[in-house]
Write a protein that binds this ligand. Structure first.
Ligand code: AMP
Ligand code: ZN
Length: 463
């Protein structure tokens, strides 16, 4: 039975979607003002793991991700680079999606930009106006949080001390500062703006997610997720806007991913303690190892990032990729090994039990490691026969459909070919055949592979 810790109820609950067999989920997407860092990607890979496991569990998934292409930061950056907001944000949207692909994340069914949904947002403000939740001040429209009794139910933010009419215009603020928040900002010089019944202006950040989520998933849907820093104010405000408009429960299960830390502090742009995916690829790390590291801890546990850990993981993923290849290529004889068949069933059950337990990915990876050890042993002792061989290959595919850690077939082949050439080059140099060694370096360079000779041996990376 699949269970999740629900931030809303603060309890582990059994998961049942509203519509049998179909999960509708929304994950908050990036603000596209710069490259995302791997802290951001921890959250996006958690959402990827969630959607993959829902599919593994037999559900059809409709997953929506927004692209925040308008806020203070995107506007400021576009102005600084003297390009239109659209041009600026399209570039970083593309780069974000490329990084997501590199990290092996599946694309959500629906990826949509905020600025393409201004009308939906205006409609939502109209409904909030009808229900008496808004007021206007100095040309901007605010949500009056005291008009909604349930305000604070997700985050535990208290209304006490909230002076009537005290407002915030900024998108991000602390729980202690629960205030009326902005839905529509009156236009300032130099900012993109839209003409609406609420005046010339632009949307506040929170409004876009309510509008887009309900547009594609309906007024009530199953799962909403993001990083823990979004619980307040962003998700609290999304609930207020949506439930204030519809009077119906907005989302049934709220799932939040803990932060990636660097030396005990949240990895963030503002602290400057971050790595982008590109930074790490340039250092010679593989996207597969980064993916492994980011999903290796259960999503509700903080995870401390170090380059040293990543180095360790690099060895681990190489083994996984190699294991998959060796298992595939193994020449098994016809026959059955009943005890191995039972063990394989056990691995499948344990994997499911781990993931059913609020997506306990570290337990699931431990099951995969045991599975690998058992099969390595069976292959070495020639105890792997055709029946279980087929079953084991199927199990690798099944585990990989959730984890995405065994490498893509083409990459695996390329990696093996690169390693073969590197070995040949080492042998050529040892035999003082420098011409052949040079030739191999050039051959690899043509494939976009750069070699580095270090004391520890030859390392390679993609250029
Ligand atoms: P942003 O682009 O700032 O809106 O953030 C995109 C996503 O990354 C959100 O779900 C954030 O909660 C999440 N996030 C930001 N920093 C971290 C971090 N250090 N660890 C995990 N998730 C993070
Ligand atoms: Zn959002």
């Amino acid at each position: 039975m699949l269970t999740f810790f629900n931030t809303l109820s603060r309890q582990v609950e059994e998961f049942h979607p509203l519509e049998a067999g179909h999960v509708r989920m929304y994950g908050c997407g990036p603000t596209v003002y710069d490259y995302a860092h791997i802290g951001n990607f921890r959250s996006f890979l958690f959402i990827d793991l969630l959607r993959r496991y829902l599919k593994y569990s037999g559900y059809k998934v409709t997953h929506v991700m927004n692209i925040t292409d308008i806020d203070d930061k995107t506007i400021e950056r576009a102005n600084r680079h003297a390009v239109s907001l659209r041009e600026y944000t399209e570039k970083y949207t593309r780069l974000f999606l490329e990084d997501l692909d590199h990290l092996g994340a599946e694309r959500p069914e629906i990826v949509v930009a905020a600025t393409d949904h201004i009308e939906d947002m205006v409609e939502l403000i109209k409904r909030l106006e009808t229900n008496g939740h808004i007021y206007t001040s100095e040309g901007s429209v605010y949500f009056r949080i005291s008009s909604l009794d349930s305000y604070g139910k997700l985050s535990g933010a208290k209304l006490e001390g909230n002076r009537s009419g005290a407002r915030v215009d900024v998108d991000e603020y602390e729980k202690e500062d629960a205030r009326d928040f902005v839905l529509w900002k009156s236009s300032k010089p130099g900012e993109p703006h839209w003409s609406t019944p609420y005046g010339e202006g632009r949307p506040g950040w929170h409004l876009e997610c309510s509008a887009m989520a309900m547009r594609y998933l309906g007024e009530s849907f199953d799962i909403h997720c993001g990083g823990v820093d979004l619980i307040f104010p962003h998700h609290e405000n999304e609930i207020a806007q949506s439930e204030g408009a519809t009077g119906k429960p907005f989302v049934r299960y709220w799932l939040h991913c803990e932060h990636l830390l660097v030396e005990g502090q949240k990895m963030s742009k503002s602290l400057g303690n971050f790595y982008t995916l590109r930074d790490l690829l340039e250092k010679g790390f593989s996207a597969l190892a980064i993916r492994y590291l980011l999903i290796s801890a259960p999503y509700r546990k903080q995870l401390n990032f170090t380059l040293e850990n990543l180095r360790g993981v690099e060895t681990r993923v190489k083994k996984l990729v190699d294991f998959k290849r060796r298992l595939k290529e193994f020449k098994s004889l016809l026959g059955t090994n009943a005890s191995l068949a039972t063990e394989l069933k056990g691995f499948e059950q344990s994997f499911r039990a781990a993931m059913d337990d609020d997506l306990n990915s570290s337990a699931a990876l431990a099951v995969v490691a045991d599975f690998e050890t058992t099969l390595n042993r069976a292959m070495a002792s020639e105890q792997l026969f055709a029946d279980e061989h087929a079953a084991a290959n199927r199990l690798v595919e099944a585990f990989d459909s959730v984890l995405g850690l065994f490498g893509k077939a083409e990459e695996v082949d390329l990696d093996a070919e690169v390693q073969r050439l590197i070995d040949e080059r080492v042998a050529a140099k040892a035999a003082k055949n420098y011409a052949r060694a040079d030739e191999i370096r050039k051959e690899l360079a043509a494939k976009g592979i750069v070699l580095e000779d270090t004391k520890a041996g030859t390392r390679w990376r993609r250029a």
